[in-house]
Design a protein around this ligand. Structure first.
Ligand code: SAH
Length: 335
């Protein structure tokens, strides 16, 4: 951008103005950038094109949750969710088209990996959901979670750049404490986050603290074993001093015994955690949610160990908008 500006005899500070139009004011047309001359706007328009995402479909669930299907410039689609709750409006956004990790319980994994999202495409989901939040609830988004399609830590640079845009003074100026990135446990990237001074929240989809059982549910375990993940989380805590959120999906008879709870407690000993127990949302007939008595026994075990435990009831199930239910048909590509 700076070299283009020089080539049309414009001062480099114009780049800053353009950046603010893009990331602070959310412009998606050069003609809206009213502090630039008409001739510069025309030159920009001739030279660059916006590849903004659009909302293709909007599905409202009975509980107020809204699922969006975003259409990207190349026709690919990703999903995002607007989740209103007491005092909060949260956007759940995607980081990849599809996902390579193929967790056994997750619908997104069945698509396979299609492509990375560019940071502007991640930002666009935020921008479009924020507009909807303003229109529907009269207030902007209060929280952003990277818990849509894809594994954020396998699209590290774009995800980090999008977090920068959301938090920077020249961007959306959101507090990093309102942003949470969720990972299936890409251990080396967790260390990198710590080294890069990551300020937002980190959540780990642990779901099982037994190596063999976890490997069956989440094949990523074979690449990054539980021990390696645990060491990376200890490192992360030692560098950031932050508490880590552990997500734990309860699957009937698979990972929900009190022995599983004990393993989870043991696993989390090296660092402070908050456990979010997630109900399983049906994505097929291989798994079933744990019945209330098993959930209760699991949670009681952990609270007796003085762990902080929240039970997260997923929202948006009747719109297929709940955790793990986001899936799009694969576009046919020629190759
Ligand atoms: N890849 C990242 C980001 C996705 S977040 C990660 O794994 O953390 C989506 C969350 O929903 C993850 O915790 C995921 O494990 C969980 N999930 C996947 N399928 C689910 C299902 N069927 N029911 C409930 N939660 C599910």
């Amino acid at each position: 951008m700076v070299s283009f500006l020089e080539s049309v005899n414009e001062k480099p500070f114009r780049a800053k103005q353009i950046g603010e139009w893009l990331w602070k004011k959310g412009a998606s047309r050069f003609e809206d950038m009213t502090n630039l001359s008409v001739s510069l706007r025309a030159a920009l328009d001739a030279h660059f094109s916006f590849q903004a995402a659009d909302i293709e479909e909007e599905v409202k669930a009975g509980d107020g949750t809204v699922k969006f299907v975003f259409r990207l410039h190349d026709g690919q689609k990703v999903e995002g969710v607007l989740i209103p709750s007491a005092g909060r409006t949260t956007a759940c956004i995607s980081s990849q088209v599809g996902c390579p990790l193929r967790c056994a319980f997750c619908a997104t994994g069945t698509m396979g990996f299609i492509r990375q999202l560019h940071y502007a495409e991640i930002f666009d989901q935020y921008r479009l959901i924020n507009d909807k939040s303003l229109a529907n609830f009269g207030k902007p988004l209060s929280n952003i979670v990277y818990m849509g399609m894809g594994e954020p830590l396998l699209n590290y640079d774009n995800v980090m750049r999008s977090v920068e845009i959301l938090t920077a003074p020249w961007g959306q100026q959101l507090s990093p404490s309102r942003i949470t990135l969720s990972t299936a446990g890409v251990a080396p990237a967790i260390r990198r986050l710590a080294d890069d001074g990551f300020k937002a929240g980190l959540a780990v989809s642990l779901h099982c603290a037994d190596e063999l059982k976890r490997a069956k549910l989440m094949p990523v375990t074979e690449l990054h074993p539980l021990k390696t993940l645990q060491e990376a989380l200890s490192y992360y805590h030692s560098k950031t001093n932050e508490r880590i959120t552990i997500e734990y999906l309860l699957l009937n008879g698979l990972n929900d015994s009190t022995d599983d709870a004990r393993k989870l407690w043991e696993y989390c000993k090296p660092f402070p955690v908050k456990i979010n127990i997630i109900e399983y949302n049906a994505t097929g007939d291989k798994f079933a949610p744990s019945p209330a008595y098993r959930l209760e026994a699991f949670v009681n075990y952990l609270t007796n160990k003085n762990m902080v435990v929240n039970i997260r009831r997923s929202k948006g199930k009747d719109a297929q908008a709940a955790c793990g239910q986001l899936v799009q048909k694969r576009l046919k590509t020629e190759n």
